[in-house]
Design a binder for this molecule. Sequence first.
Ligand code: AMP
Ligand code: MG
Length: 464
Amino acid sequence: MSSNPSKAGVVSFEEARRIVEEHAAKLLAAPIDLRTNDLRATDTLDLLAARGRVLAEAILADRDFPPFARATRDGYAVRATDVERVPARLEVAGEIKAGDSAATCAVKAGQCVAIMTGAPLPSGADAVVMVEDTTITEPSKHTENSHPNAAESAALGWGTLQKYIEVQRSVKSGENFVLRGAEARAGQLLVDKGRWLDHALIGIAASVGNSRVTVFRKPRVAVLSTGDEVVEVDAAPGAAQIRNSNSYSLAAQIEEAGGKAVRLGIAPDEPKRLRELIEKGFECDLLLITGGVSMGKYDLVEQVLAEMKAEFYYTGARIQPGKPVVFGSCGADTFVRAVAANPPSARTRVSAPHYFFGLPGNPVSTMVTFRLFAQPMIAALAGAWPEPLVFLKARLKAEVGTKTGLTRFLPAVISGEFENGEVELAAWQGSGDTAALARTNCYLVIPPDRERIGAGEWVSVLLP
Ligand code: AMP
Ligand code: MG
């Protein structure tokens, strides 16, 4: 790895992604707060307020799950041996519903107990026969005849507790209920720390009684826009000026990725001020710079970072849009080495590393390169285990032709219902065309070796 940006080089898409994941993994292995050089800070929050944060504590089962043998069907708790041969006539000894204690009734030979989903299995029973598989053998006050029809019996059978029922279908011991502790034993690890708290994990935390959870602090991610032509969004732009839309789209992507965005404004295409603002950005956990990384005379970002002794892991990726993307750091390698040499709880005296991305200024390039490369770093800084970049598969609606050599992530529309997903390219004017994004909902991924992909072929799709 070189501090000379021209030597770091342009890498393939996969290599660029792999390099980011490698750094993300190192950061995660050293659970250190980049700004304080101390262990990563945490917050203890109300469960719902913690949604979208990363768990800093494990979630354990506080008791057996389920805490009792639990019926999973409405029907009759039986002894499987009593219904080996069907039809089998059984005496209904009682009824047990969800919330009742198992001690309220028992099943003896030749008997059954009417049971509802979620109720505990009474003693003596070792299976549940579904109500649909039973018939009522004598008229109740709701009916005049017996019901050979199972569905009708299910609909009507519950009105009055029958004295006898007839089981039409055998069950094996253990059928239609879950044993106590079958899902988890008391004290067992349900969710390890390092997982994003999503709705499913919130449900798990709630089920073990955690109305508050401890999560990691959100990483602060600085956004620095560059360009003499760029003006703030609420300013009136001159004829040749462009509004700083990237700082907003990036801030939104950062928040969606679990970070806290810190917008630093606009650096002119002038080294001194650019350097001052980069230094300010280094006060955050990660710095995203937009614009100024292309080959133009006034693309100064790499030059200024090189003067700051930055290391460049790559200075371009063979992708479209977003080819000029830059990833590097100031001081990361010394930091990671020092932390690895210490027990994780020990304070290190090495100054914190400053990771940065230089994202190309074209708005679609900025969004795509954030999605592909910046996201895993934010996840790691948030304390989350890395997640692979997953492409979905859909059928191509209309033929696509491109030049080979670049992995392309082209704005596209995915449509079609259920398993019939179809994707087609959107009309766009290139990576500056933000308006096109309003008509699209995904990126069509075209591998670098494909010149033509025919209609109906399976293709990869990346969700934004
Ligand atoms: P650059 O990467 O600096 O060469 O910029 C590429 C294109 O993106 C130019 O047309 C810029 O005007 C545009 N651009 C750069 N920065 C921004 C920004 N913050 N918001 C919107 N467009 C931008
Ligand atoms: Mg520029």
